[in-house]
Design a protein around this ligand. Sequence first.
Ligand code: FE2
Length: 211
Amino acid sequence: MTQALPESDQFKRQLSQTPASWATESARDLMALLSDHAHCELKAGANAMTMLKRNPNRPGFALRLAPLIKEECDHLHRVLREIEMRGGVLAQDAPNPWAEGLHAAARKLPPVRLPHGGFLDVLLISALIEMRSHERFERLAECAAMRDLESLYRNLCEAEARHGLLFQELARETFPAAAVEERFALLAEQEAVLMERLPPGPRIHSGVAGL
Ligand SMILES: [Fe+2]
């Protein structure tokens, strides 16, 4: 299990805060929301698998990424069961302009002038995705229209918080602290801008109606 960083060492949460209205709006099409959520879990697992496959020898990576992969697969299974219980099926995945935009925004920033600097972006984008998912699951757990799924989302919040911290820890263990903090601040800024431009809809990473 990931050891939590001391409060003072944790990165700030992403810059923008999602209002409660986002969850109420997103819950209007529950099956679409659950399908999108299932694909998020699938992609989180696949991202960690790719990271592990490309970095098998980095100290401390394999033994901490393997449980994360297992957990993402377990989350996928739990969300799939919720879809099935409601008589639905997993829909086709749709492109995610937010996650894709994050990688594109990182490529437009001045490159990290360190060996394997691109890998710092990979780790910090992974951290930001987990952190944003954590925030969105919190809003869903609090939403009156999602009462049947409250315990699922409360449970998943805790896991996403740990996953976000794990990617932050891996970044700090691999790169100098100052470089990590500086890059994180730049990427978090980009993340907030992208989030603000997203259209609303029944997706975990969608925009807020009325903004
Ligand atoms: Fe996760």
